[in-house]
Design a protein around this ligand. Structure first.
Ligand code: SAH
Length: 260
């Protein structure tokens, strides 16, 4: 069993306030065999409190990558799962913690995967959640469903370890194989910029009042798990549309009907 897969699975903590929680996360990760911790703009780090709470997992802290934005933390990932303590307005494809573990373990053979955790006080923003392929919710007491972030991270890492152990016994669930690699998160973000720019030029999207259009398009493309070839085709189409607009220097005319 390829234990190096553990290194392809990263935990990402966004804007963490309490350094103790970072230490707790490091410990939870090491207990389960994981080592890749990314901190997006933490409030206080490095910090003594993180070292105390990490106990024997100092090596995970020493290996921490501190980055400025979530985009940087997930740029090279082919699978991104966002954690959420509550239901959101626009539902996203949801996996259970167990399915999350299975998917992460299966896909980590091919590309880096990330599980993203939010702020202690208000979780992840909608914009951050909309960068994910799936959301995962730990089914806790509905009257009190927000776990401490270190505890939530422990549950997710435990499920990844369970998937590793099942796979070791040849019992891992199998997901579809694909001929092309999935797009990396950064390429998807570039695609959304290109798409939005084109839709604005076409007057399809009003930048002053975009409503939920881009969110719904993100959800469409994120849930289809676009591959790199498909993304190249879509980018090529957008470039052709933009060239057409540029060369005719006017708005696209409506298509003419056959019977004139
Ligand atoms: N009041 C915040 C709670 C955030 S809890 C909110 O409403 O979103 C801090 C972080 O812990 C969350 O962003 C998430 O990463 C994780 N977390 C806590 N409870 C969770 C749950 N039941 N399922 C999944 N993640 C959870």
């Amino acid at each position: 069993m390829n234990e190096q897969r553990f290194q392809q699975i990263r935990m990402v903590m966004v804007n963490t306030t309490h350094p103790g929680n970072i230490g707790a996360a490091a410990r939870a990760m090491k207990n389960m065999g994981l080592s890749e911790l990314y901190l997006v703009d933490p409030k206080e780090y490095p910090a003594e409190k993180a070292v105390w709470r990490a106990a024997g997992a100092i090596d995970v802290l020493e290996n921490v990558k501190v980055v400025a934005t979530l985009d940087e933390a997930i740029a090279d990932c082919g699978l991104v799962v966002g954690t959420s303590a509550r239901e959101r307005r626009i539902p996203w494809p949801l996996v259970t913690p167990r399915e999350c573990g299975d998917r992460c373990w299966f896909e980590a053979e091919k590309h880096p995967v990330a599980v993203v955790f939010g702020r202690e006080d208000r979780g992840l923003t909608n914009e951050e959640l909309h960068k994910c392929n799936y959301h995962v919710h730990i089914p806790a007491n509905p009257d009190y469903s927000a776990l401490n972030i270190g505890a939530a991270l422990q549950v997710i890492c435990y499920e990844i370890r369970m998937s590793y152990l099942s796979a070791k016994e040849g019992k891992a669930p199998h997901f579809e194989e694909w001929d092309q690699p999935p797009v990396k998160n950064q390429a998807l973000e570039h695609y959304y910029e290109h798409l939005q720019e084109t839709l604005v030029k076409l007057d399809f999207l009003d930048p002053g009042n975009p409503r939920q259009t881009m969110t719904r398009l993100r959800r469409l493309f994120n849930r289809t798990r676009l591959d790199q070839m498909e993304l190249n085709i879509l980018r090529g189409m957008l470039t052709s549309i933009q060239n057409y607009i540029y060369h005719t220097d006017k708005k696209l005319e409506p298509p003419k009907s056959d019977n004139g």
